[in-house]
Write a protein that binds this ligand. Structure first.
Ligand code: NAD
Ligand code: USQ
Length: 388
């Protein structure tokens, strides 16, 4: 099948594109390289050096099974988005191409507005292009578990049956997100569900948990195929940060008491979930939602797991939480849809943490410790982005 991966230069889009190509898909990636620009803005860089997209594509052509081509441009440009989809004519569009850091969206008004414009407008342009070109194209959209927040009831897969005053209906699951970034995903979900209803488009919304890990079988083929690994307090996600902090001898930065619980998923499972969703499309007009996570942990549990796995002593520091979030709450997520399609998850108790320690050890000289501690405060309308 033909699969277009939007955001294919990013942390997840790149290894997913290679995974799909290795599985026999005819793949194209699209990106505007804005993720590389955020690094310049924040004065940080990926822990693992990454090659320019063209180098990655050339190397993959040498070592991979199926060449991948690229469309460079911005999804908020409707002509670019339309022309790309018209020319490539994919069976599935996999959409990773959004500003994805919650702290980035909470820096100030400008960053909140940018995040919502970039994400919501880009997705709307994709929806219109699909509706105008071919309504059979399956949109596989990356959402987030953070759309739901931490409700005091079980989290279902996108939909919930509600009985109110004796009447019953199937409704979109109520949302209570925790940042302007997470809100952008809620807005996307509503727009996509509406597009499915009015135009008969088919879409899978993948509400993904926090991703960890860095290597996949395809990126391991050559160092020039490696994907990025972020550690800074804006783009670094919690488990990746804890592994890097342990190796650097930096205290693990638990926000608050660490009781906040989240869903997690290994990067290799992200790529496989996308393949499963793309190869098993929903019916025309269906808005299908999967909760793309495999295990849940509290932040304090994660810190302890990393500290126990590392060979040297590790300090755990409990910082005042810069975010506004519950740190003692109920959390029970239904996530059966993807295993039913065949997902066999890699669990954290497998050997992954040890292999991550090795990757970090190799590149630890690239870390700028000034980017480790959080500066973006949820309660503030204007936060600094660095400590120095
Ligand atoms: P990333 O920032 O590394 O990759 C996103 C890519 O999209 C970047 O290469 C960026 O340049 C590109 N992009 C952004 N806006 C664009 C635009 N307007 N036009 C064209 N390209 C654009 O992020 P990631 O970690 O790979 O995440 C990918 C997706 O998965 C995001 O939508 C994110 O919300 C979702 N997700 C990520 C995680 C995680 O832990 N990383 C967890 C759950 C969901
Ligand atoms: N946290 C710490 N210490 C840190 C970093 C984070 O305690 O050093 C805590 C946060 O307070 C939060 C939790 O860890 O409670 C997760 O934070 P995170 O930065 O790892 O993840 P988050 O901001 O939720 O965002 C990430 C991705 C985003 C994706 C989301 C999935 O950046 O793209 O949507 O994970 S989810 O969390 O399920 O919404």
């Amino acid at each position: 099948m033909r699969t277009l991966v939007l955001g294919g230069d990013g942390y997840l889009g790149w290894p997913t594109a290679l995974h799909l190509a290795a599985a026999g898909h005819d793949v194209a990636v699209a990106d505007n390289f804005v993720r590389r620009q955020y690094d310049h803005e924040l004065g940080v860089q990926s822990l693992v050096p990454i090659e320019p997209l063209q180098v990655r594509l050339d190397v993959w052509q040498e070592v991979g099974s199926n060449p991948v081509r690229a469309y460079i441009g911005d999804l908020t440009d409707p002509e670019y988005t339309y022309e790309m989809i018209r020319e490539f004519r994919p069976d599935a569009v996999v959409h990773f191409a959004e500003q994805r850091a919650a702290p980035y969206s909470m820096i100030d008004r400008k960053h909140a507005v940018y995040t919502q414009q970039n994400n919501v407008v880009g997705t709307l342009n994709v929806l219109y292009a699909i509706a105008e070109i071919d309504r059979d194209i399956h949109l596989v959209k990356l959402g987030t578990m953070g759309e739901y927040g931490t409700p005091n009831i079980d989290i279902e897969e996108g939909w919930i049956e509600i009985t109110h005053k004796g009447r019953t209906d199937r409704m979109l699951y109520p949302k209570k997100p925790g940042s302007f970034y997470h809100l952008s995903k809620v807005h996307d979900s509503h727009n996509i569900e509406f597009a499915c209803r009015i135009w008969g488009i088919r879409s899978t919304d993948l509400n993904q948990g926090v991703v960890y890990g860095q290597q996949t079988p395809q990126t391991a083929l050559d160092d020039r195929l490696l994907t990025r690994l972020d550690y800074d307090h804006v783009f670094g996600t919690v488990l990746n940060r804890f592994v890097i902090q342990a190796v650097l001898g930096h205290p693990l930065t638990v926000y608050g008491s660490g009781g906040q619980t989240r869903g997690f998923i290994d990067i290799r499972d992200t790529a496989e979930c996308i393949r499963l969703a793309a190869e098993n499309p929903p019916e025309p007009g269906e808005f299908r939602v999967f909760n793309q996570m495999t295990e849940s942990f509290s932040v304090a549990e994660l810190a302890k797991t990393v500290a126990d796995a590392y060979s040297k002593p590790v300090e755990i520091e409990y910082l005042e939480n810069p975010r506004v979030e519950a740190d003692s709450h109920y959390y029970n997520v239904v996530h059966t849809g993807l295993p039913e399609l065949g997902l066999e998850p890699h669990l954290l108790s497998d050997t992954l943490i040890e292999s991550m320690f090795e990757i970090v050890e190799r590149h630890k000289d690239r870390v700028d410790l000034a980017s480790m501690r959080p500066t973006v405060q949820w309660r503030s309308t204007s936060s600094p982005i660095r400590n120095d």
